[in-house]
Design a protein around this ligand. Structure first.
Ligand code: NAD
Length: 454
C-alpha cells in the first residue's frame, strides 16, 4: 500500500497491508494479553498512558511533520491537533478513577448494592484520517484505561500516524501485545468485521458505518458509530460584532480544509445583517494563504483524498445549475497536489446537494433567511444530526432554536469544537453512541450489578 503525500502526490513509503493471517495472529496476541492487562491496577494503566501523553509532547514536532506529510494538514494545525489530543488524554487520566471504579448504590443493614465496570475484552477501532490523533484518542485511551486491549485500524490515509501511536504506546510501557495496529484500507476493515471482537468502535462515513453496523449485528456486541454531518449554523440579527462572527464562523467552516466531522457545512443568516456578514466572511476567506502545508502561515493545504475533488466539483455544478453564485473559488487549483480553492456560494437553497450532502472540503453555502422560524426549519432539514450552532446575543433565543434540533451537540456563539468533558455523539445518520465525558469511559465497559447480602 502506497502512502502518498497529498501536497506533492509523491509516494512517501510503501507499507505491507494486513491480511487474514497476520490479523489472526494479532487477534490471538490481543486475546492472550487481555486478562493480565485488565488485572493491572487502574493506577498502573493511568501511569502508562500518562507516559504516552508525555511522549506525544516530547515528540510533538516530529509527529506533526508525519501527520502533515500524509494528510496534508498545515503544520500549525497538526501541532494544534497534538496539543488538543494531549489535553483530551489529560482529562481522561484525571477522570478515569471517578468513572471506572465500582459505584456503591445502596448501603443498608445486611445489603450492599453496587455496580462494577468490567472491560468488554478485545475491542476493534476502525478509524478516520481527518483527526487521527483526536478521534483515535477518543477510543483507545479510555478503552485501554478500562482494561480492554485494542485492535486499532487507522485509516489508510493516516497509517504512519497509526504506527507512531503504536510505537509510543510501547515506549510508554504499555505491554507489547495490548495494542495492535491493522494496516490497510477497506479490505483489511472487512476482515476485521469477520473476526470475533467484543466491541466495534467506528469513526468514518455514514456509508461505511451503516455497512459495519449491519455486518456485526448478529455478533450481539456493542457497535458504536461516529459518523459525518451537515452541520448548520444560524447567525441571528442581534449579534454584536458581525465581523468577529463572520471570522469565527469562517474558521468553523474551513479549518482543516473543511475536513472536520463538525465543520460548519451550511450557513443561514438573518436578512437584516446578511450583506454585512457575507462581505466580512468573504474578506476573511480571501485573506487566507493557500499552499504547501509546511509553508509559513498557510491556512489551507491540499485535501487529503484526491477523490474528494470530484465530489466538490459535482456539488458546485449542481448548485450553479440550480441558481447559486460562486463568490470566490469554485475550482481545483492547477498543478501538483490535491488543492481546491476555498469556495463561498450564495443564492443557495436546501434543494442543492451543497446544502444536503456532506462536502468535507473547503466549500460553504450561505443562505439568507427572514426570521428564526425559517432558519429553524432549514436547519432541521437534514439526514444528519451531529451539531448545530446559533450566534445571537440572546441566549434564550439561541436555546429555543437549538432545543428543537435533533443533534448531539448545540453551540451558542461558538462552533466546530469538542470538549473532553462533554459527550461526543451523533444522531440519525451521524451515528450511534458517544465518546468522551463519563459516557466515553462507560461504553468500553460491561456493567455488573452486585447484590450483596450478609
Ligand atoms: P470512511 O468511512 O471512508 O473510512 C473510515 C474507516 O473505515 C477507514 O479506516 C477505512 O479504511 C475503513 N473502511 C472503509 N470501508 C470499509 C469496510 N467496507 N469495512 C470496514 N472498514 C472499512 O471515512 P473517512 O473518509 O476515513 O472519514 C471521513 C468521514 O468520517 C466523514 O464522513 C466524517 O464526517 C466522519 N468523521 C466523523 C467523526 C465523528 O466523530 N462523528 C470524526 C471524524 C470523522
Amino acid at each position: 500500500m502506497n502512502v502518498i503525500n497529498p501536497a506533492s502526490e509523491e509516494i512517501i513509503t510503501t507499507l505491507k497491508e494486513d491480511g487474514q493471517d497476520s490479523l489472526s495472529i494479532k487477534f490471538q496476541l490481543l486475546q492472550a494479553a487481555q486478562p493480565s492487562w485488565a488485572q493491572k491496577p487502574l493506577e498502573v494503566r493511568i501511569e502508562l498512558l500518562r507516559n504516552f501523553c508525555n511522549l506525544l509532547e516530547n515528540d510533538s514536532e516530529h509527529l506533526a511533520g508525519i501527520l502533515t506529510a500524509e494528510v496534508g494538514k498545515p503544520m500549525q494545525q497538526s501541532r494544534n491537533e497534538l496539543k488538543g489530543a494531549r489535553r483530551r488524554i489529560d482529562w481522561m487520566l484525571k477522570n478515569a478513577e471517578k468513572y471506572l471504579t465500582d459505584e456503591l448504590m445502596t448501603f443498608e443493614e445486611g445489603l450492599i448494592e453496587k455496580i462494577s465496570y468490567e472491560p468488554l475484552g478485545v475491542v476493534c477501532n476502525i478509524s478516520a484520517w481527518n483527526y487521527p490523533y483526536l478521534v483515535g484518542v477518543n477510543v483507545f485511551v479510555p478503552a485501554l484505561l478500562a482494561g480492554n486491549v485494542v485492535m486499532y485500524k487507522p485509516s489508510e490515509y493516516a497509517s504512519l500516524t497509526g504506527l507512531q501511536i503504536e510505537k509510543l504506546l510501547k515506549k510508554a510501557g504499555v505491554p507489547e501485545d495490548v495494542f495492535q495496529v491493522a494496516i490497510g484500507g477497506k479490505d483489511t476493515g472487512e476482515l476485521l468485521l469477520d473476526m470475533e471482537f467484543d466491541g466495534y468502535f467506528f469513526t468514518g462515513s455514514y456509508k461505511t458505518g451503516k455497512h459495519i453496523y449491519e455486518c456485526v449485528a448478529s455478533k450481539m456486541v456493542p457497535c458504536q458509530l461516529e459518523l459525518g454531518g451537515k452541520d448548520p449554523l444560524y447567525v441571528a440579527d442581534d449579534v454584536q460584532d458581525i465581523i468577529a462572527v463572520a471570522e469565527a464562523t469562517a474558521d468553523g467552516a474551513f479549518y482543516n480544509n473543511g475536513q472536520s466531522c463538525c465543520a460548519v457545512e451550511r450557513i443561514y443568516v438573518h436578512e437584516k445583517i446578511y450583506d454585512q456578514y457575507v462581505e466580512a466572511f468573504l474578506k476573511e476567506v480571501q485573506s487566507w494563504k493557500v499552499g504547501e502545508p509546511t509553508g509559513q502561515g498557510v491556512y489551507i493545504g491540499p485535501l487529503t483524498r484526491k477523490d474528494q475533488i470530484a465530489i466538490l466539483e459535482h456539488q458546485i455544478d449542481d448548485a450553479l445549475a440550480k441558481g447559486a453564485t460562486v463568490l470566490t473559488g469554485g475550482k481545483r487549483c492547477e498543478g501538483k497536489g490535491y488543492y481546491f480553492e476555498p469556495t463561498v456560494l450564495i443564492g443557495v437553497t436546501n434543494t442543492m446537494k451543497i446544502m444536503q450532502e456532506e462536502s468535507f472540503g473547503p466549500v460553504i453555502g450561505i443562505m439568507k433567511v427572514k426570521d428564526d422560524a425559517e432558519a429553524l426549519t432549514l436547519m432541521q432539514d437534514t439526514q444528519y444530526g451531529l451539531t448545530a450552532a446559533v450566534y445571537s446575543s440572546d441566549e434564550g433565543r439561541a436555546k429555543k432554536i437549538l432545543e428543537q434540533i435533533n443533534a448531539g451537540t448545540g453551540y451558542w456563539n461558538c462552533c466546530d469544537r469538542v470538549s473532553a468533558a462533554l459527550p461526543w455523539s451523533g444522531r440519525k445518520h451521524s451515528g450511534i453512541g458517544a465518546t468522551l465525558s463519563h459516557q466515553g469511559f462507560r461504553v468500553f465497559t460491561k456493567l455488573k450489578a452486585w447484590h450483596l447480602r450478609n
